[in-house]
Design a protein around this ligand. Sequence first.
Ligand code: 13P
Length: 250
Amino acid sequence: MTRRLTFAANWKMHHGPLAARAFIDRFLELVPPREGRELWVFPPAASLHVVADAARSRADVKPGAQNVYWEPKGAFTGELSVPIAREAGARGGLVGHSERRHVFGETDEDTRRKVLALLDGGLTPLLCVGEKLAERDEGRTEDVVLRQLRAGLGGLDPERVSRVMIAYEPVWAIGTGRNATPRDAAAVHAVIRAELGRLGATGRSTILYGGSVNLGNALSLLAEEELDGVLVGGASLEADAWAELVGIGA
Ligand code: 13P
């Protein structure tokens, strides 16, 4: 059986509509659909529609929102609702990315509401969890990751837990050029997978690794069967390089 792999590009605050269009046109030209490979793109909200339009004929390419608010509509200046994200072509949304948690003060309770809103709206949440360096040094990685996981998925029935994707992104590895070793990453993935099982997940949940993933280290990370794919920032910003990365492995 072909191993299923998910490659997710988080563009963060890069690529407006023009650059997004140029990127996606080039990327689709370079990357044919491949069995068992799912390719998510998380552009800035203003570029979501452009990516979704360009990838309309590609079931393997899934646009997603980098962030959503949990209320479906109303007086919430500057926020993106799930129904609007969906209308713009989103198939899912990131929740609890470390920059949302640590730059914008998103709480565990916020992540729970956002996960719920995405599921209610028929979109796939990609819940991000990960410890800070001090927490790792204090041996608290598992505690932190499990707390974030339980909070983000609190009260969900097993069917809904099964629809959530998880990204393990150690905060100290994001944008720093430092990685968890493949073994360390796999060990945390195993802890997450066991907890998802306890929360009732059926089938194999998708758990991605993120944090300074690039062409030079992706293959050794993905050699770990625990990793179902990668969530990539910096190394996903250039179409040719990203096309090469999503094509790795036989
Ligand atoms: P980098 O790949 O730039 O370290 O970013 C990782 C990330 O935050 C993806 O969501």
